[in-house]
Design a protein around this ligand. Structure first.
Ligand code: 13P
Length: 252
């Protein structure tokens, strides 16, 4: 049985004090929610504060990126071990904003994925097509390539630990959301692909989240689809009210 996950990607928002406040508010509001995993992914600089804010609660801490080496001369980078020592349980990898603005490739994502699993972090692997790729009917081809690249060399026991987030790039921060049917179709495709790369039993264990302009107004419908196991929320995770509503829509 897959336990649904609702994760908030705070991106480059919230200073330390603001992050603490939001974390503490969410801890208070969501303490009764035990049937799904709620993950908060603040910027690196606020991880420690949010860890303190949510201590002793049912909320999980996640980071937004990491390097694949344990340590070394990599100015500006953070390792999986460092994230573990801070109390992180999850890490977002291969987000389209990392791919587009910082040149992250499927190979880099693959190295990060392997390291995250080795260290014991649950990776949230992001995949998704750009607008022109959807318009030219290349969605499946693009997502397939991202999956094959990211999962290269991963054993079954590792693959089942990966959480996938399908985030169509054209729906991120644009207010445009994939319709529940459009999203579910790609989610089903991803699960089928995992079944081919591994076996159906493994594919059935993998959580596939949807991300891209998820908000309280559309979360109910999206999260009712059979292959949508949760959400990776950007903008609407920055306010306690909207994030709480999204979490609760998966409960109803
Ligand atoms: P928005 O919810 O702001 O569209 O962002 C989605 C996202 O990129 C989550 O990782």
């Amino acid at each position: 049985m897959r336990i649904p996950i609702i994760a908030g990607n705070w991106k480059m928002y919230k200073n330390e004090a603001e992050a603490f406040e939001l974390g503490a508010e969410l801890k208070k509001r969501l303490e009764d929610v035990v049937s799904l995993k709620i993950v908060l992914c603040p910027p690196f600089t606020a991880l420690f504060s949010v860890k303190k804010a949510i201590e002793g609660s049912n909320l999980f801490l996640g980071a937004q990126n990491m390097h694949w080496e344990d340590q070394g001369a990599y100015t500006g980078e953070i390792s999986a071990k460092m994230l573990m020592s801070l109390g992180c349980s999850f890490v977002i990898l291969g987000h389209s904003e990392r791919r587009i603005h910082f040149g992250e490739t499927n190979e880099m994502t693959n190295k990060k994925l392997k390291k995250a699993i080795e260290i014991g972090l649950s990776p949230i692997l992001c995949v998704g097509e750009k607008l022109e790729q959807r318009e030219t009917e290349k969605t499946e081809e693009v997502v397939e390539k991202q999956l094959e690249g990211a999962f290269e060399g991963l054993k079954e026991i590792e693959a089942e630990k990966v959480v996938i987030a399908y985030e169509p790039v054209w729906a991120i921060g644009t207010g445009k959301t994939a319709t529940p049917k459009q999203a579910n179709e790609v989610h089903r495709f991803i699960r089928e692909k995992l079944g081919l790369l591994y076996k159906d039993e493994i594919a059935e264990k993998v959580n596939i989240l949807y991300g891209g302009s998820v908000k309280p107004e559309n979360s109910n419908e999206l999260l009712s689809e059979p292959d949508i196991d949760g959400a990776l929320v950007g903008g609407a995770s920055l306010k306690a009210d909207s994030f709480e509503k999204i979490v609760r829509s998966k409960l109803s």
